[in-house]
Design a protein around this ligand. Sequence first.
Ligand code: ATP
Ligand code: PRP
Length: 205
Amino acid sequence: MLTVALPKGRIAEQTLEIFETIFGDEFKFESRKLILDMGAFRFLLVRNQDVPTYVAHQAADIGVVGLDVIEEQGLDIIRLLDLGIGKCKVAVGIREDDELDWSKPQMKVASKMVNITRNYFSKKAMGVEVIKLYGSIELAPLVGLADAIVDIVETGTTMKENGLKVAETIMESSAHLIANKHSFLAKKSEIMELYTQMEKVVRGS
Ligand SMILES: Nc1ncnc2c1ncn2[C@@H]1O[C@H](COP(=O)(O)OP(=O)(O)OP(=O)(O)O)[C@@H](O)[C@H]1O
Ligand SMILES: O=P(O)(O)OC[C@H]1O[C@H](OP(=O)(O)OP(=O)(O)O)[C@H](O)[C@@H]1O
């Protein structure tokens, strides 16, 4: 039996489509049920941000989650396959009339992604005070809470509509299939069989 952690939220629908193509069946979680048993698979429906936790602790053998979340959390998991869905980038945003001034000793940066932010600015040898927010990140530079933000950009609409621009791109992200290290050894053939099926769907062959 393979336990698979699937994300709720933005990438849920496209992830379920991949599994529907493989299983040739409608893939439906009942209203509030969080476990779906299907043949040799048990699917868990979890918050996007919690997928790496379930996989790292082996509550799930494999999971689907964005590369941004994988990088931010830095948990000990194996990255198996880029699914090519949920594409976006993680970027530094500033006010449209502003410029990033790398000669400053320190900047205040608002973000959900505290670790990615710290690593990025420390690589640039820039002191950073990270202000952790949980949403509406684009608001921070508009009201003087921060000099800049680090956030997800997909279409760019949210930044544009709030008078911000992308100053630098930190990384590109898309959803990935991940695995627990021990599960990958113990259940290698089952995981690789699913991997092969998912790869075919992703490649469209
Ligand atoms: N416009 C976007 N905004 C946010 N995430 C996006 C966007 N486009 C693609 N993504 C990808 O989709 C993933 C899921 O985003 P979603 O907003 O559903 O979850 P979340 O808010 O990060 O997590 P949680 O619901 O657990 O708090 C992100 O981690 C990212 O990889
Ligand atoms: O480039 P765009 O296509 O405009 O997408 C990017 C926006 O989407 C996400 O916000 P979300 O809708 O998850 O809201 P929240 O972060 O405020 O919860 C992200 O944090 C950006 O604000």
